[in-house]
Design a protein around this ligand. Structure first.
Ligand code: FMN
Length: 259
């Protein structure tokens, strides 16, 4: 065997190639991370401006237009435990997506209230106000919860009566393409417009695929055949975030203040 073909040399070359490849892959991951985060934040802002009704149907906005329209909204932080705005926390620096996974910034949800199986939730969450002069025309709220395979994240907007849903948008999920992800169909999402979130006694009445046992006060949004796991997860997470442990007390305060 010539020196060029020795076992030691072969092993040395193989190890060198393996080390080079792993260094290359790890630095690519690190290098791409900021781009990935920037992209995620653009998709989140796109979902916010869409929920606020600042995008004409069928129009694809570029990144600059998304930022311009996002700036038409006023970001505020809500203290969910107090059911009120919390001005000492800055909406420009507060990262609610990081807070969601941080035990120090979340508290556990009592079992009987945890209808969306979240386990914990942050005390502070951002909301986005579309102003009409001094008043509020629309408020956009973050919503999330486990789907069949992964967390589903979105936003729901509520009109100035703090009772009627205007729109819902989703920007992150892990549901199966072609099966579970049919909740992104614009025709299905259009059904949400004008649905009542609450009845006159502040009870959450929003439903997806209601039946006789659980009737909806305002007619239910259709469930999606073959994607019942995903649509009932969406119903649960929306009912949780509109409910007493979510934005319910805050929206009730705003409703009182608006009357
Ligand atoms: C590979 C595979 C992936 C699936 N992904 C989803 C999904 O993402 N969301 C969902 O609701 N159902 C999904 N399903 C279907 C569910 O297992 C379940 O059958 C369905 O949600 C029940 O809906 P139905 O009661 O309307 O028939 C998937 C099924 C298979 C076999």
């Amino acid at each position: 065997m010539s020196e060029r073909e020795s076992v030691a040399r072969t092993l040395g070359v193989a190890t060198g190639v393996a080390v080079f490849c792993s260094l290359f892959v790890s630095s690519a991951v690190l290098w791409l991370r900021p781009i990935q985060l920037a992209y995620a934040s653009i998709e989140r802002n796109r979902a916010i401006v869409e929920a606020a009704g600042l995008v004409e149907p069928g129009v694809e906005l570029d990144e600059r237009e998304i930022v311009d329209r996002f700036l038409d909204l006023e970001a505020r932080i809500v203290d969910l435990d107090a059911g009120a705005f919390s001005d000492p926390v800055s909406p420009t620096t507060y990262d609610f997506r990081a807070a969601i996974d941080d035990p120090d910034q979340t508290r556990s949800i009592p079992d009987e209230l945890d209808i969306a199986n979240l386990g914990r939730r942050p005390v502070y969450l951002p909301v986005y106000l579309l102003r009409d002069g001094a008043g509020i025309e629309l408020i956009v709220l973050p919503i999330y919860g486990p789907g069949m395979w992964a967390m589903i994240h979105g936003f729901i907007s509520v009109r100035a009566d703090f009772t009627t849903i205007e729109a819902v948008t989703f920007y992150e999920h892990g549901e199966t393409p072609g099966i579970g992800d049919r909740f992104l169909d614009p025709a299905w999402l259009a059904q949400w417009q004008g649905r009542r979130a609450y009845d006159d006694t502040r009870r959450v009445v929003f439903r997806i695929g209601a039946d006789e046992a659980t009737p909806a006060a305002n007619g239910a949004i259709d469930a999606i055949t073959g994607a019942t796991v995903t649509t009932s997860a969406i119903e649960d997470l929306v009912r949780y975030w509109l409910g007493d442990d979510g934005f319910g007390p805050f929206l009730a305060t705003q409703r009182g203040a608006a009357q």
